[in-house]
Design a protein around this ligand. Sequence first.
Ligand SMILES: CC(C)(COP(=O)(O)OP(=O)(O)OC[C@H]1O[C@@H](n2cnc3c(N)ncnc32)[C@H](O)[C@@H]1OP(=O)(O)O)[C@@H](O)C(=O)NCCC(=O)NCCS
Length: 167
Amino acid sequence: MPYFFETKQLTLRTMQAEDLEDITLIWGDTQVMQYSGGPSTTEKISRSIESYQRLYEEKGYSVYTVLLKENSRIIGVCGFNPSDNENEAELIYHLHPNYWGKGYATEAASACVKDLKDRKSDIKKIKASVDPNNPSSSKVLSKIGMTAKGMKWFDDTQQEELYYELE
Ligand SMILES: CC(C)(COP(=O)(O)OP(=O)(O)OC[C@H]1O[C@@H](n2cnc3c(N)ncnc32)[C@H](O)[C@@H]1OP(=O)(O)O)[C@@H](O)C(=O)NCCC(=O)NCCS
């Protein structure tokens, strides 16, 4: 039975193998992944879905599939990656371009933060980083109450990014 939680317009649930095609339209898309290390292949995305299912089983949080309640369409992904520090988690979100500019990322990210805080008292800090050329993403983080702490070097993207925290 998948774990899920809801907002006014969205359902967020643990990833399922059958989400592969829809999530490939997101993580496999050049425009969506422009600021997140580039598009991924179907094979890699399939492995990511399995690893996010394991992450939920092991740690009780994950990156979730985001669906529109009105028609059950998959519109994106949102949730948390683990951090080197067991007491910290990293917020990420990627939406299909058809659904940008409608407030969905803010609604999904805010619900993920609330769900994590409600259930996982061991996570003391939520972190996020944004490519400085991606102001929409910075707006999402500010709107959910995260604070910009300055620029920081990231090995995975090989660049300086604007780093946010929520404590
Ligand atoms: C970044 C992203 C998640 C924002 O999603 P979204 O659902 O459009 O965000 P929201 O609708 O909640 O809006 C956030 C802000 O960005 C602005 N915005 C959204 N799309 C925009 C666009 N195409 N052009 C200009 N501004 C835009 C909105 O106006 C809003 O600001 P406002 O409240 O001052 O009006 C989405 O564009 C996306 O998935 N991008 C690709 C993936 C990515 O970069 N993820 C972040 C890295 S982890």
